[in-house]
Design a protein around this ligand. Sequence first.
Ligand code: WQD
Length: 356
Amino acid sequence: LYMVCDQYSILITGGAGFVGSHLCYLFLKKGFNIISLDSFVNSTYEVSNNIRNLLKYEKVNIQNSFKFIKGDIKDTILLRKIFKEQLDINKPIKGVIHLAGLKSANESFKNPLKYWSNNVCGSINIFKVMEEFNCKIIVFSSSATIYGLTENKIINEKTKIKPINPYGNTKSTIETILNDIYFNSPNSWKIANLRYFNPIGAHPTGMLGENINDTPNNLFPYILQVALKKRNCLNVYGNDWPTKDGTGIRDYIHIMDLAKSHLLSFMNLLNSPPKIINLNIGTGKGTSVLELIRVFEEVNQCEIPWEFKSRRIGDVPICVADNSLCKKVLDWVPKKDIKTMCRDGWKWASSHPNGF
Ligand code: WQD
């Protein structure tokens, strides 16, 4: 694997983010040449040191196989420059793991145009430059949010796609664009749409994690801030959902399990004829808000004060994956349980109280 993957490189857009940083680490550990492109709108340059330190700590010598570039996926000139540079050093970009994008369902209601411009126009830019350089392998960071409100308690990939927020609309639109590219180009693209459920946690060493500086939109980083006493109370949005304890149920998946699914998806595409696959990346297990709070308190011996608030716009009661397809296609099973997610997330947050 090392020899083969040293003759090309992989571009990870959004490589400085929560998912992206864990992907850079994992792909570098496996010997790939990685270029990370990130605008740092939701992260900082610091993350590259965290990735390098963790690899050094694990005695992984990455030599000069890691480039960490600040830039925007809407900058076509920069994208072309990155692809050209890799071509000139005989390490052409063979595939793209496309994560860059704005990701708050809640925020997307307030500024839909920012979401459409960043997420969709940015993605079109990437696909155009990929085509120019005959780079036709892509793993796309999609989201379970595209399913919207569904009667299905457990969601499989055939579940109707009906987003209920602008963020979800952008993700489903990008999937549609990729579908059109695949079905309307000569038999050439290899595409995997990974529909994330709820990634949380951190690398077990606590040396990588999610930036928890600004006001988190998501539950887990908010719990971390309350545990750090940066906030004194967690708002629980809604106590009257049609669930066992009235609070929202989600399929939380450990960030390292999610990262592994990207590596396996990329290798699967590399070794397959042209194809397009949609995969739900989740554990198949649901956890309510109150259950997550309880597990976090028990595992980390702390108290998370909370109070009920009214429901949040754009939320659904239950969102849990039927993950049988990704288990079959990737021959992969998510291994880490909710206690491990809580333990690893806290290990990161408590050792980095001010973020990176
Ligand atoms: C989880 C549960 C809330 C915050 C979104 C995106 C999805 C993915 C993950 C990118 C819900 C409740 C939350 C809080 C709360 N993003 N909640 N208090 O909305 O399921 O998914 O983030 O990959 O694409 O759609 O995640 O963590 O925001 O909410 O009670 O302060 O926690 O109502 O039931 P969500 P979330």
